[in-house]
Design a binder for this molecule. Structure first.
Ligand code: NAP
Length: 243
């Protein structure tokens, strides 16, 4: 029986590195994206180079009906199989001080992170419980642990995701489904492009940004059988930025 992992926002950055890592671990990968078909296709090629197969699933994680339809279609095509690993990675930031933050930017960031968690996790959870085997890994952020000026929306979303991780972990532990979060600091991706890298590096004890591959190694460990007794945890990966 083939094993499947779904990575939301798998077209770029951390999500792409996670797709490749999980492929190397023997999973076929469902690569989700929302707008960047060419990059999703590139991730699929990299998954194939890693020796596994994959499929591209286009949906906006914040849109419940789109998520439900995409997962239902996949399940209809794979009646004997289920998604064993879910990585809730899709995310955006729309930074602004709260006093000037447009309502749309508040709702969009919370919608993708929190509604996205709810929509995608609920769509794939039942089969994990039935098979008594599953891994859910949520990509949160240092901003959700400590709060970040200019990121009230992003900090609220990532902090909420941490709380949801802990709550769901308690609900499903007896079914051998683990739920954990990883909390990266500054990682070199499109999301951090345009930031004042030189100045920011000096605020990081390790004096550098992390790489998507480093985050993917951590996600891979949490997905592995060796991590079966870790649940409800938030693991920082930030070069000492916040301890
Ligand atoms: P990125 O390079 O900007 O990639 C974002 C990914 O999310 C893309 O694959 C994008 O798809 C997808 N996405 C965005 N909105 C979506 C939606 N509504 N539905 C489905 N997919 C959507 O970002 P990244 O740096 O890899 O970040 C990945 C995760 O790590 C995010 O949750 C982010 O908050 C978190 N994080 C990042 C850092 C960092 O320093 N980079 C630090 C802490 C936490 P398209 O390609 O189709 O646009």
């Amino acid at each position: 029986m083939r094993k499947y992992a779904l990575v939301t926002g798998g077209s770029r950055g951390i999500g792409r590195a996670v797709c490749i890592k999980l492929a190397r671990m023997g999973y076929d990968i469902l690569i989700n994206y929302v707008s960047n078909a060419a990059e999703a296709q590139k991730t699929l090629e990299l998954v194939r180079q890693a020796g596994q197969d994959g499929e591209i699933l286009m949906f906006d994680v914040s849109k419940r009906e789109q998520v439900r339809k995409a997962i239902e279609l996949w399940e209809n095509d794979h009646p004997e199989e289920y998604i064993e690993v879910l990585v809730n990675n899709a995310g955006i930031r729309r930074d602004n001080v709260l006093v000037f933050m447009p309502e749309e930017d508040w709702h969009r960031v919370l919608g993708i992170t929190l509604d996205g968690f709810y929509n995608v996790t609920q769509a794939v959870l039942q089969p994990m419980l039935v098979h008594k085997q599953g891994r859910i890994i949520n990509v949160t952020s240092v901003s959700g642990l400590k709060g970040q000026s200019g990121q009230a929306n992003y900090s609220a979303a990532k902090g909420g995701l941490i709380a949801a991780t802990k709550a769901l972990a308690l609900e499903v532990a007896r079914k051998r489904v683990t739920v954990n979060a990883v909390a990266p600091g500054f990682i070199e991706t499109d999301m951090t492009e345009g930031l004042d890298t030189a100045a920011l590096k000096n605020t990081i004890p390790a004096l550098r940004f992390g790489t998507p591959e480093e985050v993917a190694e951590l996600v891979g460990f949490l997905a592995s059988p060796q991590a079966a007794y870790i649940t409800g945890e938030v693991i920082s990966i930030n070069g000492g930025l916040y301890t």
